[in-house]
Design a protein around this ligand. Structure first.
Ligand code: HEM
Length: 105
C-alpha cells in the first residue's frame, strides 16, 4: 500500500498567517509528480502547535524522486532559502497498513 510523509512545521503563533498565505500561493507542482496521491495542510487546533504537511505517495521511490527534483523548485530553492514562517521542521514516515472510504450510497 501507500506511504505517508508528514512534514512537521513548528510555527510561532505570529507566523501562522504568513505560513498559510505561502501555502495558498504554493507552486502546485506536486500534483503532477508521478506516484503522488494526496496533500493536506493541517492547521493545529488542539494538542499541538505544529502544522502538519500531510503527503501520501504510491511508494518510497516516488517520494524520493519528488524530493530530488520538483520539491526543490516548489520550495523555491530548497533548504538553502531561509524559511521565516517556520522555526523548525522534521519529517515523519509511515506505511499505510489499513484504509477505508465511505461506501457509496
Ligand atoms: C525545511 C523544511 C521545510 C519547510 C520549512 C517547508 C515549508 C513549506 C512552505 C512555506 C511551503 C509553501 C510554498 C513556499 O513558500 O515555498 C511548502 C510547500 C510544500 N511543502 Fe514544504 N517545507 C519543508 C520541507 C518539506 C518536506 C520534507 C515535505 C515532504 C513531506 C514538504 C511538503 C511540501 C509540499 C507537498 C508543498 C506544496 C508544493 C507544491 O505545491 O508543489 N515540505 N513547504
Amino acid at each position: 500500500m501507500s506511504i505517508v510523509k508528514i512534514n512537521v512545521l513548528n510555527v510561532p503563533a505570529e507566523q501562522r498567517e504568513v505560513l498559510e498565505k505561502r501555502f495558498a500561493s504554493r507552486a502546485g507542482a506536486v500534483e503532477n509528480s508521478d506516484g503522488f496521491e494526496w496533500f493536506e495542510l493541517l492547521r493545529p487546533v488542539e494538542g499541538t502547535d505544529d502544522y502538519l504537511v500531510y503527503t501520501r505517495w504510491r511508494d518510497e521511490a516516488s517520494f524520493q524522486a519528488w524530493m530530488e527534483g520538483p520539491m526543490k523548485a516548489a520550495h523555491q530553492g530548497g533548504g538553502d532559502r531561509p524559511k521565516p514562517a517556520a522555526s523548525g521542521s522534521s519529517v515523519w514516515s509511515f506505511e499505510v497498513v489499513q484504509q477505508a472510504a465511505p461506501k457509496s450510497a
